[in-house]
Design a protein around this ligand. Sequence first.
Ligand SMILES: [Mn+2]
Length: 325
Amino acid sequence: MINIAEFLPPTPSPLWKLAKQAGADWAVGGLPFGEPLNAGDAPWDYMPLLRTRQAYEHAGFTQAVIESRPPLNLAKRGLPGRDAEIDTVCTLLENMGRLGIPVWCYEWMTDFNWLRTSTTTASRGGSVVTSFDDALVRDAPNTELGPISEEVLWETLEYFLKRVVPVAEKAGVKLAMHPDDPPLSPIRGVGRIMRSVENFQRLLDMVPSPVNGITLCQGNFTLMTNDLPGVIRHFGRQNKIFFVHFRDVRGTPAKFEETWHDAGQTDMLACMRAYKDIGFEGVLRPDHVPTVEGDSNSNAGYSSFGRLYAIGYIRGLIEAVYATE
Ligand SMILES: [Mn+2]
């Protein structure tokens, strides 16, 4: 069965109640960077993670995923200090294992994370969404650390996985790689490797392990293929989909905008059928949503009210697909 989760920042807020009221029973957590009682503890240490998990439980959520990372830019660039950064990931994974949190969502985006050229693009009825246009960043300055090639990123990723995978296997925690967003390379001089179906297969084959897998973020994967349900089946057959971001876009990797869940270029019903067909057991979350009237756009893609519509839409799809046959 596929279950609906929501990304809930670790400090309780009205969003927690809205998500619960809309029918999400699973939490995707961040790391408790702002947790007040953690003197002497880092966010990836046992006690802060325990208290965060308890807070989710007391609000009615089972914590299914941690989708936040300790600093990893030295590891991604292969710079001095990378081993200490990788040590923090090993600590995090060991503690997740102790706490029964089964999936860690990570990524290999260097210097900057998901990138948009607008957070105020008009969408249905005056709602706003984020968008990306490569033509607007082609002349942007390189990042502070300068260009880095895809070849180096493959090397640093392999080095990282060879240290982390055995720890994750022992802890019983699955590693779910998120695609580069946008799935395009290079941007501002920085190579981006997790941007094609072939490259994700290379990731899986590079360090074979039952814990080496994928966050299937539909908004990115649908830009890599004309057959997203087929890609879900391709990786699902290998038992490699550990976590799903269920969202949609319209466009190409070089120029796209995010959409309402019912208004993108992807056959969302066919995707849901594919998850059922592969026997996916885990959680999805709606991921980015439009900012609607009356809600704040200060955290674009993550406004509260837009999530309610997304959860309702997804619940409808799940009922349609899982109730039949
Ligand atoms: Mn995503």
